[in-house]
Write a protein that binds this ligand. Structure first.
Ligand code: A3P
Ligand code: MG
Length: 274
């Protein structure tokens, strides 16, 4: 099968799909019963994750029938079946389920197109904020603001007097604290917390300089926002500086760090203290 070419029109259709999924999520979010259940690994699942998943998987299957889909909430094929995929859609229909249940708005819809282990396009939509980040290789990285205006985005250089760091609201711990302390020896650090893949998007748009993640995440938590960060000039790498890879036998990501568009010296200085 020959690969699909990523065009602006394809990405626009995926943005529409993310918006439709967002509306399905909000219907549940605004209802009294979120339908919370717990999966075998004790992570939460709601009616909204499933509703969003249905919208996205049906939409992608219609849009690009030959391209396989790997979704957090769909049955996952064994590695022997998916290892030959060169291109596939990687979907997290609702990232930040814990934040959804807390009703703090910090959750996203995530759709990435992966090619040869690398996310080449991505759409991240926040139904509550009404914002969408999207990017595609060869096209660029953009934010659609709540008022509908679309603007190009660029990761920051971290050249100001302080570092702006962002960390997980529900999954940060002592290793993150230790790193932020070491970072503070380079220059002062201001830290904010947020749920879901929004953290990577904050780095992509230059609102934050970096996001350290000492904790487990899955490929679908990062794929779409990884594409946005990369196209905006930043990086998403393991703690040694190697870009995260996708469609691995084990879909768990290593601990990682998201950096803005840092000069090489600053980049290696930060990688050394991770
Ligand atoms: N023990 C664990 N194993 C795998 N992934 C985990 C995990 N604990 C948290 N995560 C991932 O972290 C994501 C939330 O990230 P954050 O803390 O930055 O908001 C979750 O996304 P979901 O909400 O889609 O399940 C989940 O995939
Ligand atoms: Mg997730």
């Amino acid at each position: 099968m020959s690969d699909l070419t990523v065009t602006q029109s394809l990405v626009e259709q995926v943005v529409d799909l993310a918006h439709r999924a967002g509306r399905a999520i909000l219907e549940v979010y605004e209802s009294p019963d979120l339908g919370v259940e717990y999966k075998a690994d004790e992570s939460p699942l709601t009616r909204a994750d499933l509703a969003s998943n249905r919208v996205i998987t049906a939409g992608l299957a219609q849009l690009t029938p030959p391209v396989p889909i790997l979704s957090e909430e769909a049955k996952q094929l064994p590695y022997e079946k998916r290892r030959s995929w060169n291109q596939f859609w990687l979907v997290d229909p609702l990232d930040g389920t814990k934040e959804f249940i807390k009703r703090n708005g910090e959750f996203t819809v995530n759709i990435a197109l992966v090619e040869a282990g690398e996310p080449v396009a991505g759409v991240v939509h926040s139904p509550v904020l009404g914002t969408t980040y999207w990017a595609a290789r060869g096209i660029g990285a953009f934010k659609i603001k709540a008022d509908g205006e679309e603007v190009p985005i660029r990761a920051g250089t971290a050249n100001a007097n302080t570092f702006k760091a962002v960390a997980s609201r529900s999954h940060a711990g002592p290793e993150t604290e230790g790193f932020l302390e070491r970072l503070g020896q380079i220059k002062p650090v201001e830290t904010t917390s947020s749920g879901s893949s929004l953290k990577l998007c904050l780095v992509a748009e230059g609102s934050a300089d970096l996001y350290p993640r000492y904790g487990p995440t899955m490929e679908w938590d990062t794929g779409a926002a990884h594409a946005v960060v990369t196209q905006a000039g930043g990086s998403v790498t393991d703690l040694k500086g190697v870009p995260l890879q996708y469609n691995k036998e084990n879909l768990l990501n290593p601990y990682f760090v998201v950096l803005g568009d840092f000069a090489p010296e600053l980049r290696s200085q930060v990688l050394q203290i991770l």
